[in-house]
Design a protein around this ligand. Sequence first.
Ligand code: ADP
Ligand code: MG
Length: 384
Amino acid sequence: MRAQQVRAGFVELYGTEPEGVWSAPGRVNLIGEHTDYNDGFVMPFALPHTAVAAVSRRDDGVLRLHSADVDGGVVELRLDELTPESDRDWTAYPAGVVWALREAGHPVTGADIHLGSTVPSGAGLSSSAALEVVVALALNDLYELGLQRWQLARLCQRAENVYVGAPTGIMDQTASACCEDGHALFLDTRDLSQKQIPFDLAAEGMRLLVVDTQVKHSHSEGEYGKRRAGCERGAALLGVDALRDIPYADLDAALARLGDDEEAVRLVRHVVTEDERVEKVVDLLKSGETRAIGPVLVAGHASLRDDFRISCPELDLVVDTAMSAGALGSRMTGGGFGGSAIVLADVADVDTVTKAVEEAFAAAGFTAPRVFEAVPSPGARRLV
Ligand code: ADP
Ligand code: MG
């Protein structure tokens, strides 16, 4: 249905049929927060919400871009004039992908692109990665570049880091490119090795809700940079390449070495315990003890709130309210300072929990949250 809509939009704009239509999903991270730039573990799964792009090749060095979700006409760029950090609007994401492909020596000679996305933007659900990955996959197919999914993810990360100028880890793009229907992706961000872990909550009578708080506190980007720099400093103090290299069993000794460096202690403790929590969740899911992941999610939230200090009143309110209303687990997800939280609940409790969160937000005078169910969905793919 959406493939047809986007195809029709392309025809209306450019006057010809597109060569194909592709989709790439947003993602939600089950567990493993702020570990991806520490070479650690993450465990995202793909959302049913996707960016869909209709694309054709061009051979004249021109890139034409249009989003159904943004006011304004077709943006036309020349490939030989693409320069990092020069585009300040949404076009930087698809243009950055084309730039990264060409930088890596791939013979992309132009494209017409029309896209539309149902991934909520700026909600911590990776609408940006969905945009990048859908374009990368389309060009990989059309230009027969033969790149593997993880390679596309790396190029998309480079587009976002260097071209857009946003310092993000590798999780979002890998999730969008590599996730599979009905599975969560256990990803080692050091070497991008991955395992698909069956994650079928419906079969076990549970649901996972995403609560988009609809807030984004303005200092979030600066704080992300500070946490990242702080983690690098912690690793340097401990003489390791990345905090991933501190085994959980050695955590106490590592913290003792940091002495009264309170800032380093808190950051190191979060990252090392968070990697441990990811492995625990993987073990529990593999052994069919899905309900038991609830307390691990809650412990992850406490660590992000108290040690990493990136939660906010809205996210804490979701977690506290959901747990009081009978949820099995809950935690903030994504970068922090707003965005979304996840809630794991038995089917029978979903309505009660949702209502409790909505009422708590109203009572606190917060903007009403957007609550939806997240079903583990397919990764990027060709639709037409
Ligand atoms: P997140 O990835 O968490 O949603 P980001 O700030 O990384 O948040 O990315 C959001 C940006 O991605 C938007 O500001 C916009 O530039 C771009 N974007 C997202 N969805 C669309 C869309 N449908 N059309 C055009 N640009 C989009
Ligand atoms: Mg993003």
